[in-house]
Design a binder for this molecule. Structure first.
Ligand SMILES: [Fe+2]
Length: 192
């Protein structure tokens, strides 16, 4: 059976309302969906040359986002303050994880590349930056254990990696700039 967006949302909601190990359980649902990326593309359609962040669901208990990011995008480090499960059905999302120091700054630690068909679970205290270093637009489903847009969050950017309140407009700008560059590159080199 193919991927059904509404069914996926309702399964995630039921799982979260059922109780324990919410992130792990949602991750398993995402694993199942992402294991068949063709069926997700059949339901959602092709990734376009326009970035998007569409909320399939938003509530206090759960946010489910459909993300389409341009080639070359680099999003600075941020936290979520809630568990998350990320699944990539096209392109790539490269994660750089960070350790939080006592002074509030961060230090790079491990990394994880997610390509087509890969998922990962992120703990509540994860700090990461994400990039798409490929020439292909990435497509992903992100599931968060809370209201992604309402919970106070932090970001780290610049040489010092000092913390600051998250400015979602800056993230939007980074995505739009990368999208514009990708479109220009594609116009100049249509075969790329
Ligand atoms: Fe994130």
């Amino acid at each position: 059976m193919g991927f059904d967006r509404d069914e996926f949302v309702s399964e995630c909601l039921s799982t979260v309302r059922a109780g324990d190990h919410l992130g792990e359980a949602a991750g398993q649902l995402l694993d199942r969906a992402i294991s068949d990326p063709n069926s997700i593309e059949a339901e959602i359609g092709d990734r376009t040359i326009v970035p998007s962040m569409i909320a399939w669901h938003r509530s206090d208990e759960l946010t489910i986002l459909h993300m389409v990011w341009p080639p070359g995008v680099e999003l600075f480090a941020h936290d979520h303050n809630m568990w998350a499960a990320v699944g990539v059905y096209g392109g790539r999302e490269d994660n750089q994880f960070y350790d939080l120091r006592p002074d509030g700054r961060i230090e790079p630690s491990t990394g994880k590349t997610l390509s087509r068909g890969d998922t990962t679970n992120l703990g509540i205290d994860v700090v990461h930056s994400v990039s798409n270093p490929t020439r292909e637009w990435s497509g992903a489903i992100h599931v968060y254990g809370g209201d992604y847009f309402a919970v106070p969050r932090m970001m780290w950017r610049g040489d010092t990696l000092d913390p600051a309140p998250l400015d979602s407009a800056l993230i939007g700008q980074a995505i739009e700039q990368a999208a514009a560059s990708a479109r220009t590159l594609s116009e100049r080199n249509p075969e790329v």
